[in-house]
Design a protein around this ligand. Structure first.
Ligand SMILES: *Cc1c(COP(=O)(O)O)cnc(C)c1O
Length: 227
């Protein structure tokens, strides 16, 4: 990472590459939203990104997001927070309280916990179902072969709050078949949002139909180690 590049420069570079990938695929660049993944980075970095025009952020831990975002949101009402990490049921209430979108709904017990939290808090974030397209045992996400029935169940339960699907392809594989599988599942179920693509592969994901890309390192630099 060139130290001479500021966060604003890196953000502008990501936006430029997103626009070219969309145009090359014959898509409207406005149909793809950048989720800037700020996990492990301090609120001051988020503030720099906000100053450079970024409004949508992704965090993977509820506790970290709950400490970082409410104060930023007070000053920036347009801010949108996506929770993108595996979610424990005992964090569901905090997640529903702070998130605009939860991208990692992946099992019936979590659907129950989110539904209860939404009822008691009187708010429901938008939801994406995370699909484990690589069937990796250690990964979050509903297994491929259970995805159809889980999507139908969540559709019935959450109606229009269920917006789409998310995946994290296995790191060592060509992501394209995973992106295609996710897209075809979303099309089958008439779901409009496809969250796929990270720093290493977001242009490919856009070529394959991503409407949300989750980019961390390419914007914020390497993540500092957590204390
Ligand atoms: C950390 C993370 C990202 C961002 O990864 P980068 O490679 O830093 O762009 C995207 N999605 C999820 C679910 C993540 O946890």
């Amino acid at each position: 990472m060139a130290p001479s590049l500021s966060l604003a420069d890196r953000l502008a570079d990501v936006r430029t590459r997103m626009d070219s990938a969309a145009r090359a695929a014959g898509r409207d660049p406005a149909s793809v939203t950048l989720v800037a993944v700020s996990k492990f980075h301090p609120a001051s970095s988020v503030q720099e990104a906000i100053a450079a025009g970024q409004t949508v952020f992704g965090e993977n831990r509820v506790q970290e997001a709950a400490a970082k975002f409410p104060p930023l949101r007070a000053q920036n009402p347009d801010l949108r927070l996506h929770l993108i990490g595996g979610l424990q049921t005992n964090k569901a209430k905090d997640a529903v309280r702070i998130a605009d979108m939860i991208e990692s709904l992946d099992r019936p017990a979590l659907a129950d916990a989110l539904a209860h939290a939404a009822e008691s808090l009187g708010r429901m974030p938008d939801l994406l179902i995370e699909v484990n397209t690589g069937d990796e045992p250690q990964k979050f996400g509903v297994p491929k072969e259970e995805a159809d029935s889980f999507i139908r169940l969540c559709r019935q339960r959450f109606g229009g709050s269920l917006r789409g699907l998310m995946c994290i392809p296995p790191a060592a594989e060509d992501p394209t078949p995973h992106f295609r599988l996710l897209r075809s599942m979303a099309e089958t179920h008439g779901l409009p949002v496809l969250s796929m693509g990270m720093s290493a592969d977001y242009p490919v994901a856009i070529a394959e139909g991503a409407t949300l890309v989750r980019v961390g390192t390419a914007i914020f630099g390497p993540r500092p180690a957590l204390a």
